[in-house]
Design a protein around this ligand. Structure first.
Ligand code: IMP
Ligand code: MG
Length: 191
């Protein structure tokens, strides 16, 4: 008898559709680790994990990285409460002091307006980092922001929709869903 597939009925019912499955995520995160291992070959890396959303991708990524790494949490708030568009980011956890001369890799769940990556990149250089690169699991299509800059390495292009799961939240919820999906209107309070 095949065991039943684990599910989270309450939360899965709030997804309109799945955009990126857990299998796709696992495969792509492995590829990303391979690309990083190649480009940082033999170097030491300081990974800044943008809390809380990047917890999952960072945890999976670092375990596939055959490099010497330091892992540091950083926190920038850009979605206060129920807002679903970025506002000016603020530091909630400051950057570590000892970044001088280090190769820094900033890992986030999603690249949206690009503000989070921009502010953290600048702050890491101000602390004396030797190199700063950015990595996000998702890159959201934002045709309204042609000048948002770029992300050095990312996993998947997604349309301009609000997504949750695998670390991504809505008002703190849904981070524990193993797949990434579009949150249904009713779950956003949109009726
Ligand atoms: P940015 O500064 O606009 O690039 O925003 C990046 C941050 O916004 C990410 O760290 C996410 O926490 C959050 N974010 C952007 N889009 C979404 C989304 O669709 N779902 C959940 N969080 C998002
Ligand atoms: Mg975030």
């Amino acid at each position: 008898m095949t065991p039943p597939k684990p599910s989270m009925p309450d939360e899965l019912g709030d997804l309109e559709k799945i955009l990126v499955s857990r299998e796709q995520i696992a495969r792509r995160v492995g590829e990303m680790a391979g690309e990083l291992a190649e480009s940082y070959c033999g170097e030491e890396l300081t990974i800044l994990v943008v809390l809380t959303g990047a917890l999952m991708v960072a945890a999976d990524l670092v375990r596939k990285l055959p490099l010497k790494v330091l892992i540091e949490p950083v926190s920038v708030s850009s979605y206060p409460g129920l807002a679903t568009r970025s506002e000016e980011p603020k530091f909630r956890l400051p950057l570590p002091e000892d970044l001088a001369g280090r190769n820094v890799l900033i890992v986030d769940d999603i690249f949206d307006s690009g503000q989070t990556m921009a502010i953290l990149t600048e702050a890491a250089y101000v602390k004396g980092a030797r190199s700063v690169r950015t990595c996000a699991l998702l890159k959201k299509d934002r045709p309204d922001l042609p000048d948002r800059g770029g992300v050095d390495l990312y996993g998947f292009d997604i349309p301009d929709e609000f997504v949750v799961g695998y670390g991504l939240d809505f008002d703190g919820h849904y981070r524990n869903l193993p797949d990434i999906g579009v949150l249904a209107r009713h779950a956003r309070g949109g009726g």
